[in-house]
Structure formats: structure tokens, C-alpha cells
Design a protein around this ligand. Structure first.
Ligand code: GDP
Ligand code: GDP
Length: 438
């Protein structure tokens, strides 16, 4: 269910992010140019031929010790490598092998992950081969000359990569639905957890999750199994002094990573904060389904307008997840708590939904007929050739066009809006992958 991970490592400035941008294409990410979320933007979905994977840029591996961030960066690289099916080690062909490259190579040889050696900045084919050849000395096998900027050689590199990436099975269905419960401290996560367990009663024993220390709880309801992810993390909050807030966030992010759907808990008595917005951005970016659960509804003084006003405010402030359904509950009184799983089911169904190519193209054609892509001053016009849903969880549409540059952000948002209007997809993010002819 979770996609295979490809880690990209290498020292700073060799061109890692340029390659990541190329691999992930013109990703119409919902969190596009929002400050604040970009910091967490390390995992990005990509595909090559019929395979899907997630690319992680480890963020510039450095081994000197002159910065307080180094241990953190290295730690992140180790985590990324542990998760990865395969890693691309990128070096700079114009500079040639450096001492740091050799050091990283020696370290990588100890890691239990296959490594592909990409020699970047090899724009000229003949020179490139010579430049690449120098890197045999790293002892990591064949160096592949590539140019992240121009794209030359990257196809060969990706073909090699596919040996390590299993084909995507479109029919993957597991019986259980994996649910992460996320939200700021004190919004009522553990109260809700207890309310769920009380309401559903059919609690099975806690089981160990795959991430170290994570304890999941399995609940059954109407014949459907739900795995509530890292419930230990929710409870442990109480007894442990966390120090930096980061740890809790990190833990929540890990839970989201393992989930199909996130129950995003909000406190009806509190304002929505920047932290909530970051969480929303992360959920959207990770492509998880989501249900907004506004808790403590018992304590809100209400009139007929309250719920709509509140709903409006939530969607406005949490626009990254404005496709999610919102439900107003009370863990304290149990009000509507048993409805939460109905919303979970709906969101998961949409998350796994597949729309036929005919329908996808119909939506795109209607959208283009209604509002054609603006032409450039030179009279060049964006053309859409074909569109198809390439994956589910979340629903992802590849849109094949003459030139991606002719489709600006506002047009992309327009098309995404058309997909929502025509096809719904309530509860799940959707993705548009823009692919040019070359
Ligand atoms: P990172 O720090 O490893 O992520 O490197 P960046 O992707 O930010 O690239 C560092 C610099 O190298 C930038 O100035 C890029 O424009 C340049 N660069 C990246 N890829 C290539 C390439 O294929 N050829 C050339 N000549 N320069 C490149
Ligand atoms: P967590 O930190 O997100 O796990 O939050 P808790 O479950 O520990 O709840 C934090 C506080 O909010 C506690 O004092 C709870 O009693 C209170 N609380 C939780 N749910 C509700 C609710 O539905 N209504 C009211 N009025 N208070 C609640």
C-alpha cells in the first residue's frame, strides 16, 4: 500500500533537488507554493513507466562537524536509507570525485540498500562518459552519466532503478483500514480514542506496528477492521516530557505516513493555528484521506448559525484539506462519535476510487472546451492530448500535454477544481501529474 521509496543522497550542490524536480515532474501539488509547509516537503511521489515510487531528498550529506544541524541531517539520511528500496548517490561530474564523495561512498557501502551512482552535470555525451568513468574508484559499480537539468541519461538511470521497484499492483486491497489520529496536544485525541474503543467495544489486543515503539490498536465495527495507528504515541504524550515540540510532530508524521486516512482532531474551543495548517499541508502532501473531527462540540454555545460559521472557518484556514468532510463531535458526551467511522469509510472509498479513462478524458475535454488554456503572446497554445488515472490512494491523473510550460498554476487549479466538481472525491486529495511531450 505504501509506495517504495527511492532515496537521493550526495553532498550539497551536486544537483539532487534538480533531479528530484525532474523525477516528480510538474507535480500539481496542492501545497504548491505555501511557505511553512515546504520545510517538511521531503517525500514526493513520482512514476516511471508503470511504476510508482516516492522520492526522498536527504538534504545534502555532510560529514564535517561544524554545524549543529549535522547530526540531524545525517540521522535523516539514515532513516531515509533504512526505508528505501534503492538509493541514488549523486556526484558532480564537472568537479570530479572529491574527498567527501569518497567518504560518503565508504559509508554507503555499509548501508543495506542497493546504490545507483549518478554522475550529474554531464551535458555532453562524449565528455560525460569520461567524466563518469572517474567515479569507478568509489567502488559502487557503474557510474551513470546524467544531466538533471537537460534530462539526458536520466531515462537509463530510471530504467536501472526499476529493477528494484516492484510493479504497482492496482488491485491492492487490504481488509483493514489504517487510521491515524492526529492533532495538537489537548484537542482530545486520547479522549476520542477511548470513546471509539468504548463505542466499538470489539477491541482486539494492541499489536506492534512496523515502526519501532509504535503500538497499534485494532478495532472492529460492522465487519470492518480498523487499525488505529500508534495509539501508544497518543497515550504516551501524557506521561513524557517531550521538550521540543518537534518530537511529537515527528511521531504524528510517522503515523500519517503509515495511514490510509487521518482523523484530524480539532478543538472547537480553540482557534486553528499554524501548527494545524502544517499538519493539514502534510496530510495533503502525503496523499492521505482525511476526516476533520471537531471535538468538544458539547462545550460550544450554539445557535442555528454556529455550525456553518465554524465549518466555513475551518475550511478557510485549513484550505489544504478543504476537500475533507468535517464532523462535530464530543468525546465527553459521545455525541456523534459513532458516526466518525462512517466518514472514515466514505473517505477511504474515495481514496481507493478508480475512474475510467473515458470519464477522465471527458472531464478534461469539457474543462478545456469551457475554458481553453491561454495562449502565449507568440500564439503558442497549450494542448491536452490525453488524460488517464494512473493510480489510486490518492487518485492520481496523468495529463499528457504538448508543453507543460503552457499550463500555468491557475489553469492547473482550474482543472483540479473541474475534477472535484465533476467527480467529487470527497475526503481524498487528488493529484494531477503534468507530462509534456519531451
Ligand atoms: P542539491 O544541493 O544537490 O540539491 O543541488 P541543486 O539541485 O540545488 O543544484 C545545485 C546547482 O547545480 C544549481 O546551480 C543547479 O542549477 C546546478 N545543476 C543541477 N543539475 C545540473 C546539471 O545537470 N548540469 C549542470 N551544468 N548544472 C546542474
Ligand atoms: P489529547 O492531548 O489530544 O490526547 O487530549 P485529551 O484527550 O487528553 O483531552 C484534553 C482535555 O480536553 C482533557 O481535559 C479532556 O477532558 C478535555 N476533553 C476532551 N474531549 C472533550 C470533549 O468532547 N468535550 C469537552 N468539554 N472536553 C473534552
Amino acid at each position: 500500500m505504501s509506495l517504495p521509496i527511492v532515496a537521493i543522497v550526495g553532498r550539497p550542490n551536486v544537483g539532487k533537488s534538480t533531479l528530484v524536480n525532474r523525477l516528480t515532474g510538474e507535480m500539481a501539488s496542492i501545497v504548491h507554493d505555501q511557505p511553512g509547509v515546504t520545510r517538511d516537503r521531503t517525500y514526493r511521489p513520482a512514476f516511471w513507466q508503470d511504476r510508482e515510487f516516492v522520492v526522498v531528498d536527504t538534504g545534502g550529506l555532510v560529514f564535517g562537524d561544524d554545524s549543529e544541524f549535522l547530526p540531524l541531517i545525517r540521522q535523516q539520511a539514515i532513516v531515509a536509507l533504512n526505508e528505501a528500496k534503492v538509493a541514488i548517490f549523486m556526484v558532480d561530474g564537472q568537479i570530479g570525485p572529491t574527498a567527501l564523495d569518497l567518504e560518503i561512498a565508504a559509508w554507503l557501502r555499509q548501508q543495506p540498500v542497493p546504490i545507483l551512482l549518478a554522475v550529474n552535470k554531464c551535458e555532453s555525451p562524449q565528455q560525460g562518459l569520461a567524466q563518469a568513468a572517474e567515479f569507478w574508484q568509489l567502488g559502487l559499480g557503474e557510474p551513470y552519466p546524467i544531466s538533471s537539468i537537460h534530462g539526458s541519461g536520466t531515462g537509463e538511470l530510471l530504467d536501472q532503478l526499476l529493477d528494484y521497484i516492484p510493479p504497482t499492483d492496482p488491485e491492492i486491497t487490504t481488509d483493514e483500514i489504517r487510521v491515524a489520529i492526529a492533532g495538537r496536544p489537548n484537542v482530545g485525541k486520547s479522549s476520542l480514542l477511548n470513546a471509539f474503543l468504548g463505542a466499538e467495544r470489539a477491541i482486539v489486543s494492541p499489536i506492534s506496528g512496523t515502526t519501532r515503539d509504535a503500538i497499534d490498536t485494532v478495532v472492529e465495527r460492522d465487519g470492518q477492521t480498523y487499525r488505529l495507528i500508534d495509539t501508544a504515541g497518543i497515550r504516551r504524550r501524557k506521561s513524557v516530557d517531550y521538550g521540543p515540540e518537534m518530537f511529537g510532530v515527528h511521531r504524528a508524521f510517522q503515523a500519517i505516513h503509515r495511514a490510509d486516512v487521518v482523523l484530524f482532531i480539532l478543538d472547537a474551543l480553540e482557534d486553528i493555528t499554524e501548527q494545524d495548517q502544517r499538519l493539514a499541508g502534510h496530510i495533503a502532501e502525503q496523499g492521505r484521506a482525511c476526516v476533520l473531527v471537531v471535538n468538544k462540540w458539547d462545550a460550544v454555545e450554539k445557535d442555528t448559525y454556529t455550525i456553518n460559521d465554524y465549518r466555513h472557518r475551518v475550511y478557510q484556514r485549513l484550505n489544504f484539506v478543504d476537500w475533507a468532510e468535517a464532523i462535530f463531535v464530543s468525546a465527553l458526551t459521545g455525541q456523534r462519535v459513532n458516526k466518525v467511522f462512517d466518514f472514515v469509510n466514505q473517505a477511504v472509498e474515495q481514496h481507493r476510487r478508480r475512474v475510467s479513462t473515458a470519464v477522465v478524458n471527458e472531464v478534461v475535454q469539457d474543462a478545456v472546451n469551457g475554458h481553453s488554456p491561454p495562449a502565449t503572446r507568440q500564439g503558442r497554445q497549450g494542448k491536452v492530448y490525453y488524460a488517464t488515472q494512473v493510480s489510486t490512494q490518492p487518485p492520481t491523473m496523468a495529463i499528457f500535454v504538448n508543453d507543460t510550460k503552457l499550463f500555468k498554476d491557475n489553469y492547473r487549479r482550474y482543472l483540479e477544481k473541474q475534477f472535484r466538481e465533476q467527480l467529487g472525491f470527497k475526503g481524498t486529495p487528488i493529484r494531477l501529474l503534468w507530462r509534456g511531450k519531451k
